[in-house]
Design a protein. Structure first.
Length: 277
């Protein structure tokens, strides 16, 4: 039986098996979905032996969305633009990387925000593969003011410089006054880091702690376990719109599953498998 699955570490929190098992069952496919919890040093062996092990493709989550690129033979245009992949497919002995994160993120943005991106201030925490996809989605939707905040300034600057556009700026996380000013005027704040993830190293961490926010701010946390992270609780305390990463997870999975199987699974089928209510 052919296999698809998810590469990442840790994977104890992942809901991807539920989502994809429901899609496989819906279409009656002869496929299994596996979890591949790998260290960076194990990626090379995994991809070298993938075809022999009946692996035909899969999705990629933190921390490997950039680490996997050196093992791919081909890149979809989205990967070339973003510099990270969250899906791969094996075609005729060659591995091709894809990025559907930017699609998933765009579809998860509330319509009232999406239609006004050119007029609002956006802040993105993080500089990894997910952050790159988020910035790409915002850029393509004509966001006019994006600030990337990251612990390592050079990594944030690398993303902003790639677009050669003054509307994307960078700040260092420990530049307290600068971060304070950015957050005080932000209309949309996105957390792309693992801070607040239940199975991560900082489950109680909150990047917004001790900062003042707008009362009508919208916060999107790509973390979806727990459903209400400290970041989102903080957004709610300011009367804002708090959105977790569930919808983005499903939308990116929907696009990735289509790439691998040529089947477009209904959103409702995938979401119902999560038994969130």
């Amino acid at each position: 039986m052919n296999k698809i699955g998810i590469i990442g570490n840790p994977l104890s929190h992942t809901l991807s098996p539920n989502i994809h098992d429901s899609a496989i069952k819906h279409f009656g496919l002869d496929l299994s979905f596996e979890k591949w919890e790998l260290e960076k040093k194990e990626l090379k062996s995994f991809f070298l032996n993938a075809k022999k092990n009946n692996v035909v493709g899969g999705c990629i989550t933190v921390p490997h969305k950039e680490n996997v690129l050196e093992y791919f033979d081909l890149y979809d245009d989205s990967v070339k633009r973003i510099g990270a992949a969250n899906w791969f497919k094996i075609e005729n002995d060659r591995i091709r990387g894809f990025n559907t994160d930017y699609i998933g993120f765009e579809k998860s943005i509330p319509e009232n925000i999406l239609n006004n991106l050119s007029e609002i201030n956006c802040v993105v925490f993080g500089s990894g593969g997910s952050a790159k996809a988020v910035v790409e989605a915002l850029f393509l939707k004509n966001a006019q003011n994006i600030c990337i905040i990251n612990r390592t300034f050079s990594k944030a600057e690398e993303i902003s410089n790639k677009y050669s556009n003054s509307r994307i700026s960078s700040q260092k996380l420990d530049s307290i006054d600068s971060v304070k000013n950015e957050l005080k005027t932000a209309d949309l704040i996105i957390n792309t880091t693992s801070v607040g993830m239940g199975s991560g190293p900082q489950p109680d961490g909150n990047l917004l702690k001790n900062y003042e926010l707008k009362n009508n701010v919208t916060g999107i946390d790509l973390v979806y376990s727990p459903k209400k992270t400290p970041f989102l609780k903080n957004i709610s305390e300011f009367g804002g719109q708090a959105i977790n990463g569930i919808d983005m997870l499903i939308y990116q999975a929907q696009a990735g599953f289509k790439i691998l199987t040529d089947n477009n699974c209904p959103f409702e089928i995938m979401k119902s498998a999560l038994k969130l209510d």
